[in-house]
Write a protein that binds this ligand. Structure first.
Ligand SMILES: Cc1cc2nc3c(=O)[nH]c(=O)nc-3n(C[C@H](O)[C@H](O)[C@H](O)COP(=O)(O)OP(=O)(O)OC[C@H]3O[C@@H](n4cnc5c(N)ncnc54)[C@H](O)[C@@H]3O)c2cc1C
Length: 471
């Protein structure tokens, strides 16, 4: 079986390795670095920079632990260099995995000629034609940049001027000097993570969000906790605020909000979402259907409207997350090799790497209310937990949501290491476990995971360590 994959992000590269392991002859086409958005301009670089700002915060608070460090300073340029080193090591790792699994990496831009043929404009100027039995499209997404925001740094997918006033996450991750002030348009995951990062680097941040709360699809209590921390750090947050006009001047950006109020800053970060990227693939030539939002349409097996051509990741209408893309890549690879696996989207973890972290799976409490699902909740504050007191991170809580049969249907965590803690409840939602089953598991002490155990017990009013007032 010969397989050609276009795009070596998490969707494409994991599919390539899985298909090779299953015996396929695989060629993967990538026009930039392997690892895609996630590794080069997404998950890994943001979290590498946030790791630096975490060290900064810890260092600034060291005296609370009896450690004195009078000379803490931060250098964004060196943080960027460290981030780039992390990326290049991981890029080499993927290239090595390709080599060791016999995956042929072709560096260039691919497009469809017919349902079996991909033409590649190689980066060295030559053209190569690849004929295969099956094709996987995994070309990802790009930031949404409506014209009114005057973002013009990226032309023909190349960053022309990373020093622009109006930037996206791509340029933000390459800034070596923090701006004095920055308006962040969009209080979603990227806006909150990068907003808090640049605030900790010394920038005066104003987050402008259209919805009534930041992280609009997450639990209200969770968003409130994050907002409380942002206020403590003097990050301004304007919710229920739309942008009506943007003017770019030599000195900075002037934003007029829908309510007439104006804001000025040195820079503006545009983080209002991403859109599937299928530009130049020639989908129309082979008749691949796309939906009105520009996602490629696929069936349950991730096959497009053209037999033998599959699509995964940010290109299709599933959550734009790296772990979703890689899971879909693996499923598509198995299906191209003759299996009939169905995409499993029941328990998708959602993580925000702010401080405190936010992590959720399944449905939120307000979603349960809106959908009329009978539910019960259990919760537990980190403040009451030994481990949280030990590490000095006491803000936040765990909230568990169960249905009328005690089956765990959702969880929202805000607090220390929330993103790692979420794995346990994700497994529970995936396997359909009840609060009683998971609560019966002995959790190690002292750990943050005990907050989950206590919240599970609290569903039945049996949390031993929860402080509740019974008058
Ligand atoms: C700032 C930021 C932070 C993020 N943080 C997280 C996070 O913490 N956790 C998380 O789960 N997700 C995160 N994401 C989302 C995550 O990066 C994406 O969901 C994921 O990368 C999608 O994977 P993909 O394989 O579909 O596409 P991509 O990773 O976008 O890869 C597509 C690849 O295709 C290549 N390509 C495109 N067209 C062609 C062509 N014609 N020929 C050849 N190659 C082509 C591109 O160069 C790219 O390498 C973040 C995104 C951003 C922007």
């Amino acid at each position: 079986m010969k397989i050609t994959i276009i795009g070596a992000g998490p969707g494409g590269y994991e599919a390539a390795i899985m298909a090779a392991k299953l015996g396929a002859e695989v060629t993967i086409v990538e026009k930039k670095e392997v690892g895609g958005t996630c590794l080069n301009i997404g998950c890994i670089p943001t979290k590498a920079l946030l790791a630096s700002s975490d060290v900064l915060t810890t260092s600034l608070e060291a005296d609370k632990f009896g450690v004195f460090n009078d000379h803490t300073t931060a250098d964004l340029k060196q943080m960027i260099e460290r981030k780039d080193k992390v990326i290049s090591g991981l890029v080499k790792g993927i290239e090595f995995l390709f080599e060791s699994n016999g995956v042929n990496l072709v560096r260039g831009t691919g497009k469809l000629i017919d349902s079996k043929t991909v033409e590649v404009q190689l980066n060295d100027g030559r053209v190569e034609t690849l004929v295969s039995d099956k094709i996987l499209l995994a070309t990802g997404s790009v930031p949404v940049c409506p014209e009114m925001f005057h973002y013009d740094a990226i032309k023909n997918d190349e960053i022309k001027d990373p020093g622009k006033r109006v930037i996206t996450s791509t340029e933000a991750l390459a800034l070596t000097t923090p701006p004095k002030s920055m308006i962040v348009v969009g209080g979603g995951v990227i806006g909150c993570e990068l907003g808090q990062f640049f605030s900790r680097m010394g920038a005066q941040i104003t987050i402008v969000e259209m919805a009534d709360q930041i992280l609009s699809s997450e639990d209200e209590d969770v968003a409130k906790q994050l907002l409380r921390q942002f206020k403590r750090e003097k990050i301004k947050v304007l919710t229920a605020s739309g942008v009506a006009d943007v003017k770019v001047q030599d000195s900075g950006v002037v934003v007029t909000l829908a309510n007439g109020k104006t804001l000025e800053a040195e820079m503006m970060l545009l983080s209002i979402g991403r859109t599937s990227y299928s530009k130049g693939l020639s989908l129309e030539t082979v008749g691949i259907k796309i939906d009105p939002q520009g996602h490629i349409e696929v069936d349950d097996n991730l096959e497009t409207s053209v037999k033998g051509i599959y699509a995964v990741g940010d290109l299709i209408n599933t959550p734009f997350l790296a772990h979703v893309a890689s899971k879909e890549g693996i499923i598509a690879a198995e299906n191209m090799m003759g299996k009939a696996k169905i995409g499993l989207h029941k328990a998708i973890p959602r993580c925000v790497y702010t401080d405190p972290q936010v992590a959720a799976v399944g449905i939120t409490e307000s979603e349960a209310q809106q959908r009329g699902i009978p539910y019960k909740t259990g919760s537990y504050d980190f403040r009451a937990l030994g481990k949280a007191q030990i590490i000095g991170k006491i803000q936040g809580q765990v909230k568990i949501i169960v249905d009328d049969k005690d089956v765990i249907i959702g969880a929202s965590i805000v607090g220390p290491e929330a993103t790692d803690l979420l794995a346990e409840v994700t497994m529970a939602v995936h396997l359909g476990l009840t609060a009683e089953m998971l609560g019966d598991v002995i959790h190690p002490h002292p750990t943050l995971s005990e907050a989950i155990m206590e919240a599970l017990h609290d569903v039945h009013g049996k949390s031993i360590n929860k402080v509740s007032l019974r008058i």
